[in-house]
Design a protein around this ligand. Structure first.
Ligand SMILES: Cc1ncc(COP(=O)(O)O)c(C=O)c1O
Length: 441
């Protein structure tokens, strides 16, 4: 495997490394104001109405209660007429809200986003060389799958440390390209799809010397689980897209959505991978696509409760104005966090470049010199302490960094979160931060 990193010596993210590298310059922090230590902020009175800020499973939609599932088709076969109709309804509403082209196929598949993405890797790879991009834990996981599990010989890992994006210009679209739209554990996302080669030669703007951007020959495979319903994804640039209901939609885990372009289907029907494909991943039979899987005839049994919940989430999305409405909610939430960070001297966004900052999983690091100067394990303990204080107070749940990421906080800003709840959370973080700092030895 070839490794490509943006600058010599920059560390690639490593799973389970609490001292995972920060992008250069982030650890130094802003100087503390001179003079006396400021009085700690007083304990806030108002708690967020919904204190759930986890990055998955994410907050349920505003107003959700188990009553939303009252009409679920429990105790009935998913292959019955009404069962199939519900599954089809999920596919139809999904296509309409996300603007997925009619020629693309959508399936509900097992094992959440991981299942959907691995199904794609196992079914499609092996036909040509592979470029895998990784800048945080989940991308690194896909590198492991490609290199260590599927053992693709001609694989290049194009990597960057936490807080940064790899050099997208290095990507070679004559190969299959694997990437994560939004890196949930670092809060770094790709800015757009302009760096991705088109499906057909594209005459225009700033392309090659002849004014032509060559078409991609390989497939693009995008893990978009924390991006779908938060970004307007360029479907023509994506051959495989996966996500789970448990993220922006505030749905349940264990069901994945797999979206395939006609090019991906062509590959499925023309390429037989050299490794065995378990039944749970099988999308073809006798070299032909199993069309039923993309019409609501799932490979195995789905939970009709989760299906009902997904429908509830999709109907809520429609009431909010569809994709545009969800993007607006998420953008407003991310802006509220950005505003608070800007007026708070001891915290900074982990994502360095503003146009790579996530509007769903916003990752923050403490730049207070005392905290930034702690040993890596102590920094992790400090972040966990802040998060534990908030949890004890019922003010905010699950906002510590992901276990593989640099120590800090991670706030979910997806559409199901209310901006007012984030605004109510900020004074609590300030209070918890001051208390955790005071209790340092
Ligand atoms: C980018 C990314 N990929 C994959 C996963 C795994 O998703 P799931 O647990 O739904 O399989 C996650 C979950 O947080 C994620 O953020």
């Amino acid at each position: 495997m070839t490794k490509i990193t943006p600058e010599p010596g920059a560390k690639a993210p490593k799973p389970n490394d609490p001292a995972a590298s920060l992008a250069p310059g982030l650890s130094s922090g802003r100087p503390a104001p001179p003079g006396k230590r400021p009085a700690p902020p007083s304990k806030p009175g108002l708690r967020p109405a919904n204190p759930n800020f986890a990055s998955g499973p994410c907050a349920k939609r505003p107003g959700w209660s188990p009553a939303a599932l009252a009409g679920a088709l429990t105790g009935r076969s998913h292959r019955s007429k009404p069962g199939k109709a519900r599954l089809k309804e999920v596919l139809q509403r999904t296509r309409a809200i996300l603007g997925i082209p009619a020629a693309y196929r959508i399936a509900i598949v097992p094992a959440s986003d991981t299942g959907a993405f691995e199904m794609a890797l196992w079914s499609l790879l092996g036909a040509r060389g592979v470029d895998v991009l990784a800048w945080e834990s989940f991308g690194s996981g896909w590198v492991t799958d490609v290199v260590k599990q599927l053992k693709i010989k001609d694989a290049r890992a194009i990597e960057a440390p936490y807080g940064e994006l790899p050099d997208l210009a290095q990507v070679d679209f004559s190969r299959d390209v694997i990437f994560t739209w939004n890196g949930t554990t670092s809060g770094v996302r790709v800015p757009d799809g302009n760096w991705i080669a088109p499906a057909r030669p594209d005459r225009g703007a700033s392309f090659d010397a002849r004014g032509v951007k060559p078409a991609r020959q390989g497939l693009t495979l995008c893990d978009a689980t924390s991006a779908v319903f938060a970004y307007d994804l360029p479907w023509d640039k994506l051959d495989v897209t996966t996500y789970s209901w448990q993220k922006v939609l505030g749905g349940e885990a264990q069901h994945g959505i797999l979206i395939l372009s006609p090019r991906a289907v062509e590959r499925l029907e023309s390429h037989a991978p050299p490794w065995p494909i378990p039944k749970i991943f099988r999308l073809t039979k006798g070299g032909k696509l199993i069309e039923g899987v993309f019409e609501g005839e799932t490979i195995n049994t789905p939970s009709m409760l989760c299906v009902e919940d997904a429908l509830d989430g999709l109907k809520w999305a429609e009431r909010e104005g569809g994709l545009k409405g969800l993007i607006a909610r998420s953008t407003r939430n991310a802006a509220a966090i950005e505003g608070w960070v800007a007026r708070t001297p001891w915290i900074e966004n982990l994502a360095r470049a503003p146009n790579t900052r996530s509007r769903t999983s916003v990752c923050l690091v403490f730049t207070d010199p005392l905290i930034a100067g702690l040993a890596p394990e102590a920094r992790v303990a400090f972040a966990r302490k802040v998060s534990a204080i908030l949890e004890e107070e019922g003010a905010g749940y699950d906002i510590a960094h992901h276990r593989d990421a640099p120590a800090g906080l991670r706030l979910w800003a997806g559409a199901t979160v209310e901006t007012a709840d984030l605004e109510a959370l900020f004074p609590w973080i300030e209070w918890a931060f001051a208390n955790a700092k005071d209790s340092l030895p």
